[in-house]
Design a protein around this ligand. Structure first.
Ligand code: ASP
Length: 582
């Protein structure tokens, strides 16, 4: 038996008990006549003590030889400590050791395995298994496990069945490139790894499974913007005989369940907002609604003077930054530089200081009088002491820039509190999105999403106007889930592919299996998928999903620990019938 207790378990009530512990040596302190060892495992730290009076010389000698991260087993008696450590749960006791076994020695680890470590991110990624021993990473993994348990509990109670779907499949269009896997047995042919189990979960509905879920890996080969992973986990769900309302209610329930069980927070308000409203008020389809600073459209009140920048713009909009009228010229210049960064992309920024005495001071005083500026202030909801920031240009871009500014200012003002949660649904997304470069429409969600009832004909006349039965779940400014009511009719699905630029042959070749299935009694169905990594990070009050993944990849999609991806040898290539161009 390696242990009778864990390193987080012993208390004063265990005094005088004989115990056996196993774990890692976090630290040894050798005071000459006495040696203390901090022994660590997943559950905590227990202090071991060896001293000249009570420990045999050979055991004491062995204790002195222990290095950091040695794996040991210690047998001894629990005793009350003379000087207690109130910072750890086992701080009242220590174990007086009489038998010590070194189970495995350790090289000196490349960084200290403590809460405050001296290891940089790259080093810790290379030795991720050591980083996992640290509380931060360990606790995040435990937290993640708790979240998935609660997800499974809630969904099972609602009658969902967990079904696995294959990883070696044919392409699923979710808007990214596929990772492909060559087939040895079918030379020259490739599987694709699923970008999501989308088509399979729909086929499970045709198969009569009624309520499906799966906590599942998805693979998308896309350029890794900050905090994305090429493989990530979804809570993937699908239900038959449902309308949008049924789905929203079910997953509102899941979200509330998680916030209650994991964060101890009861949520009453679960607002819904259409895509159009979200864009208008927040310039963003995943608004953080925990604070104001909503966008005001200033076209009407700003386009009647000689200021050409505004007059020629499709859209003039502003936000009021609370209590920022006191900003110095320098601070405002820095803000202007910030909105002009390529990542934000504004050409410039007009500002209005709303002075405490009710007057206004703006960077466009030449063109606008006090009454004009008072009108602006009213539109953007600015009060005395606020700073109004105004941007102009194309409507989509300008709204996005204002949204970026709004989020940045909220961050700086501390309005994005990690422990405050405000979920909401965004509904009525456009069905299609125009790709400016190719001039082609593509599905905003995915090609299996159904248009709003009665809007099918609009696809021919004004495709950009068609709204979808699609919805996103947003939490604190993050899209944590998205789904739709699906097309379940072969003809409608064929029409959809046609509008997405597929020839009937292409559609048949790629998605014939789905359209065929629709001919055998496909029930009306719909679903949703949550990004588990992000959901867990947000519930955990953190931003980076990498911190909640046991073995994440870096920004270049590399696993630096196992050094993947890596070349394969000639033999393997031959076997697969592959030849590299370079
Ligand atoms: N498959 C979709 C996605 O990955 C989710 C869904 O429509 O259920 O975003």
């Amino acid at each position: 038996m390696y242990r009778s207790h864990t390193c987080g378990e012993l208390r004063k009530s265990h005094s005088n008990t004989l115990v056996t512990l196993s774990g890692w040596v976090q630290k040894t302190r050798d005071k000459g006549f006495v040696v203390w060892v901090d022994l660590r495992d997943r559950y905590g730290i227990t202090q071991l003590v060896f001293d000249e009076e009570r420990t045999s010389p050979d055991v004491l000698e062995k204790a002195r030889s222990l290095g950091r991260e040695f794996v040991i087993q210690a047998k001894g008696t629990v005793i009350e400590r003379a000087s207690k450590n109130p910072n750890i749960p086992t701080g009242d006791i220590e174990v007086l050791v009489n038998e010590l076994t070194i189970l495995n020695a350790s090289k000196t680890p490349p960084f200290t395995i403590e809460n405050e470590t001296d290891g940089g991110e790259d080093l810790r990624m290379k030795y991720r298994y050591l980083d996992i021993r640290r509380n931060q990473v360990k606790n995040n993994l435990i937290f993640r496990s708790k979240v998935t348990m609660e997800v499974r509990k809630y969904l099972s109670e609602q009658g969902f069945i967990e079904v696995e779907t294959p990883y070696l499949i044919k392409s699923t269009p979710e808007g990214a490139r596929d990772f492909v896997v060559p087939s040895r047995m079918n030379e020259g042919q490739f599987y694709a790894l699923p970008q999501s189990p989308q088509t399979f979960k729909q086929l499970l509905m045709v198969g009569g499974m009624d309520k499906y879920f799966q906590i599942v890996k998805c693979f998308r080969d896309e350029d890794l913007r900050a905090d994305r992973q090429p493989e990530f986990t979804q809570i993937d769900c699908e239900m038959a005989f449902v309308e949008q309302e049924d789905i929203l209610n079910t997953f509102e329930g899941l979200t509330k369940h998680l916030l209650a069980e994991i964060n101890g927070i009861e949520i009453d308000a679960f607002p819904r907002m259409t895509f159009d409203e979200a864009m208008r008020r927040f310039g963003n389809d995943k608004p953080d609604i925990r604070f104001g600073m909503e966008l005001g459209e200033l076209n009407e009140v700003a386009q009647h003077k000689d200021f050409n920048v505004f007059n020629s713009a499709e859209f003039v909009g502003g936000i009021a930054i609370p209590d920022a009228a006191i900003y110095t010229r320098k601070e405002i210049d820095r803000l202007i530089d910030w909105v002009k960064r390529p990542q934000v992309g504004a050409k410039g920024m007009v500002y209005v200081k709303c002075n405490e005495d009710g007057t206004f001071k703006s960077s466009v005083d030449k063109f606008y009088n006090q009454d004009d500026l008072a009108n602006w202030a009213e539109v953007v909801g600015a009060k005395a002491g606020d700073l109004i920031c105004v941007l102009s240009g194309q409507i989509h871009e300008t709204r996005a820039q204002l949204s970026a500014l709004r989020m940045e200012m909220a961050e700086r003002l501390g309005l994005r509190k990690p422990n405050e949660f405000a979920p909401l649904w965004i509904t009525d997304f456009p069905l299609l999105e125009l790709d400016q470069e190719t001039g082609r429409y593509h599905a905003m969600h995915h090609p299996f999403t159904s248009p709003k009832p009665g809007q099918l004909d609009l696809l021919d006349t004004d495709p950009g106007k068609v709204k979808a039965n699609a919805y996103d779940l947003v939490l604190n400014g993050n899209e944590i889930g998205g789904g739709s009511i699906r097309i379940h009719d072969k003809e409608v699905q064929a029409t959809m592919f046609h509008h997405l630029g597929f020839t009937p042959e292409e559609a048949q070749a790629q998605f014939g299996f789905l359209m065929d299935a629709f001919q055998y009694g496909a029930p009306p169905h719909g679903g949703i998928a949550f990004g588990l990594d992000r959901l867990v990070a947000i519930l955990g009050g953190q931003e980076t999903i990498r911190d909640f993944i046991a073995f994440p990849k870096n920004n270049n999609g590399r696993d630096v620990m196992i050094d993947a991806p890596s070349p394969i040898d000639r033999e393997q290539l031959d076997e697969l019938g592959l030849k590299l161009q370079k």
